[in-house]
Design a protein around this ligand. Structure first.
Ligand code: AMP
Ligand code: MG
Length: 522
C-alpha cells in the first residue's frame, strides 16, 4: 500500500507541545498529537472503491493487513504523525467552549492527481478533547456515516467522503435514547476523507481566547491551501475569504433542501469551512414533506435544526464565524455586507432550485407563488417528497388532465384513503396552475423530464434503509451495506432492478428508533 503523503496541517500550524493524552484545555495550538487506539480484532466491512482510487490505492490494497490495521487505528504509517484538531463551537445556540476532535484522529494528508485528501479516523479512541466521552463510535452510526457520505456525493451535494468502515472487535457501551437503557454495542471506525476537516469552530476558538495571532496563522493557512486565488493577506482578502465561505455554505444548504436532507446538528463545530456536509450523526431524509421535521430527538423541543430552518441556521452560524473574522477584519459593516449577500442570494437560489425541481426556469412573482403554493399543498396530506418530485416529471398536460395528474402522483401520498374534498380541490387548483405554467413558451416538454430527473433523485438513503443495513450488519450480514452503496452511486438513474427502494417508508418504520427517531448518541 503506497500513499503519497504530503502533510501540511501538522507541518505548518502550531502544535500542542504536550504529548500526553489526557483531557485538557489546549491553548495557542491547532492540534495535539495522539496515537489511535489499537483495536482488538479489526475487520474491514466495506470500502468505497471510488475513494480508494481517488487517494491512489488499488482495489487489492483493501485486502492487505496494512490497510486493515492503518484504517482501524492499529498501525501508524511511516512518516506520519496523527493528531486531533482543536476547535470550539456553539451547540444548539449556546457557546460550548473547547470541543475539538473528541473522537476523530487525523492520520495524514495524501496528494493524488493534484488533489489533497486528509484522512481521519472517527471512533479511534480518546484525545485531549474527549471531555467526558470515550472517543469511540458504534457500528450503527458508522454505517450511517459511511453510506451517507458517499450517497450525498453522488447526489451532487458537497460533502466529506468515506474511505472505509471497519469493526474494531471491541464493545462500546451506549444509552442510545438517553433513557437509562444502556447496552453494549459493536465498536466501529470510519475513515473519513476531506480536503480539510476545519470547521467554523476551529476559528471561533482563537477569537474567544483573544488569540489573534493563531487565528491569523490559521486563516492564512486556509487561504493558502484552499483559496490560492486570494493572494494578499489584508482586510480585503480576509473579507473575500469570508465571502467564499458564505457562498459555499449557501450552496450546500440549497442542495440539502433540494434532496430533503436534514443534518440534525448544525452546531458551529459541525460546519465545514469548505462548505461541505460534515459529521453525519442524527441526520435524516424527509419522507413526508414537512418543514417542521427533524430526526434528532435531542432537538425535539425547540426543533432548532428542522428542515425548514436549515437556511436560517446556516446564516446564524455564519454570523458566529463573522464574529471570529472580526479579529482580523475589524470592520463590522463590511462583515455585515458579506452576510447580507447570503440573505439576498438565498431566495434567488432557493426559488431557482425549486423551479428546476418543477422543470421551469423561475421568473418573478408568479413562479414564486406557484412554489409557495406547492409547499402548502404538499403538507395537506402526508406526501413523500422524493417520490412526488420524481413522479411529477411524467405528469404532462399534453397527455392528461388535472384529475388524471392527481391520480398519477397518488403513489406519493401516505394516506390509503382517496384524496377528496378541500384537499383534492387545492391539489387540482395547483396542478391547473402548474399546467398553465408548463404551456408557456419557455418550457420545452421534450427535455423537461430529463432535466427534472437530473435534480430530483429517485433513490435517497431513507432512514429505514440505513436501519435495515444496520440490523443485518449486527447479525454479521454486510451484504445490504454494499447493495445500498452501489444503488446510491446512481441516485438519478432509473435502475429498474432496484424498484423496491423507490417506495414510501413502510409503516413499521414510522415511529421506529433509528428510522424516524435518532439521538446524538453514536
Ligand atoms: P458531535 O455531536 O458528534 O458533533 O460531537 C460534539 C463534540 O463531542 C465533538 O467535539 C466530538 O468530537 C465530541 N464527541 C462526540 N462523541 C464523542 C465520543 N464518543 N467521545 C469523545 N468525544 C466525543
Ligand atoms: Mg461534530
Amino acid at each position: 500500500m503506497k500513499l503519497n503523503i504530503q502533510d501540511t496541517f501538522n507541518k505548518e500550524l502550531p502544535a500542542d507541545p504536550n504529548l500526553r493524552n489526557y483531557r485538557r484545555q489546549v491553548e495557542e495550538a491547532c492540534y495535539s498529537y495522539v496515537t489511535p487506539r489499537v483495536p482488538s480484532n479489526p475487520i474491514v466491512l466495506h470500502v468505497s472503491d471510488e475513494m480508494m482510487s481517488a487517494i491512489g490505492l488499488d482495489p487489492d490494497d483493501a485486502k492487505s493487513d496494512t490497510f486493515r490495521n492503518v484504517f482501524s487505528g492499529g498501525e501508524v504509517l511511516a512518516n506520519t504523525s496523527p493528531y486531533a484538531m482543536c476547535y470550539a463551537g456553539h451547540q444548539f445556540g449556546h457557546w460550548a467552549g473547547q470541543l475539538g476532535d473528541g473522537r476523530a484522529i487525523n492520520l495524514c494528508e495524501v496528494e493524488h492527481q493534484n488533489k489533497r485528501f486528509a484522512l481521519q479516523l472517527k471512533g479511534a479512541g480518546e484525545t485531549p478533547y474527549s471531555r467526558s466521552a470515550d472517543g469511540l463510535a458504534v457500528l450503527r452510526s458508522s454505517v450511517r456515516e459511511h453510506l451517507c457520505s458517499e450517497a450525498m456525493y453522488h447526489l451532487g451535494v458537497p460533502t466529506t467522503r468515506s474511505l472505509s468502515l471497519s469493526l474494531t472487535g471491541d464493545e462500546v457501551m451506549r444509552d442510545m435514547m438517553y433513557d437509562g437503557n444502556a447496552d453494549y454495542e459493536k465498536g466501529a471506525v470510519v475513515c473519513r476523507v476531506s480536503p480539510s476537516f476545519l470547521r467554523f469552530g476551529s476559528y471561533q476558538i482563537f477569537m474567544a481566547r483573544e488569540d489573534k495571532a493563531t487565528l491569523k496563522t490559521l486563516v492564512d493557512y486556509t487561504i493558502k491551501h484552499f483559496h490560492p486565488q486570494i493572494v494578499n493577506r489584508g482586510k480585503e482578502d480576509y473579507l473575500q475569504f469570508f465571502q467564499e465561505v458564505v457562498d459555499k455554505t449557501l450552496d450546500m444548504v440549497i442542495h440539502w433542501q433540494r434532496v430533503g436532507f436534514v443534518h440534525g446538528v448544525m452546531n458551529t463545530d459541525n460546519m465545514s469551512i469548505l462548505g461541505l456536509t460534515i459529521d453525519y450523526g442524527p441526520y435524516g431524509w424527509l419522507e413526508g414533506y414537512d418543514p417542521g421535521w427533524t430526526p434528532n430527538t435531542t432537538d425535539a423541543q425547540g426543533k432548532r435544526y428542522r428542515y425548514g430552518n436549515q437556511p436560517n441556521m446556516a446564516l446564524w452560524n455564519l454570523m458566529q464565524l463573522a464574529n471570529a473574522m472580526y479579529g482580523l477584519v475589524e470592520d463590522v459593516p463590511a462583515l455585515e455586507g458579506v452576510l447580507k449577500t447570503y440573505q439576498q442570494n438565498y431566495p434567488k437560489r432557493y426559488f431557482g432550485m425549486m423551479g428546476q425541481k418543477l422543470g421551469i426556469v423561475t421568473q418573478g412573482e408568479s413562479d414564486m407563488k406557484l412554489i409557495q403554493e406547492l409547499e402548502q399543498v404538499l403538507q395537506l396530506t402526508e406526501t413523500d417528497m422524493t417520490i412526488f418530485f420524481r413522479l411529477l416529471s411524467d405528469v404532462d398536460p399534453a397527455k392528461m388532465n388535472e384529475a388524471e395528474a392527481l391520480e398519477f402522483v397518488n403513489d406519493a401520498f401516505y394516506t390509503t384513503t382517496e384524496i377528496v374534498g378541500e384537499v383534492k380541490h387545492s391539489w387540482l387548483t395547483w396542478i391547473k396552475k402548474y399546467f398553465d405554467r408548463l404551456s408557456e413558451k419557455d418550457v420545452v416538454s421534450a427535455d423537461r423530464k430529463s432535466k427534472m430527473n437530473a435534480v430530483n433523485p429517485k433513490y435517497v438513503l431513507r432512514n429505514y434503509m440505513a436501519q435495515l443495513a444496520i440490523d443485518k450488519a449486527n447479525e454479521r450480514d454486510y451484504s445490504l451495506i454494499d447493495e445500498l452503496y452501489v444503488l446510491l452511486k446512481n441516485p438519478y438513474a432509473d435502475q429498474s432492478e432496484h424498484q423496491q427502494w423507490f417506495a414510501k417508508r413502510p409503516e413499521w418504520a414510522r415511529h421506529k428508533v433509528g428510522c424516524s427517531m435518532l439521538s446524538c448518541s453514536s
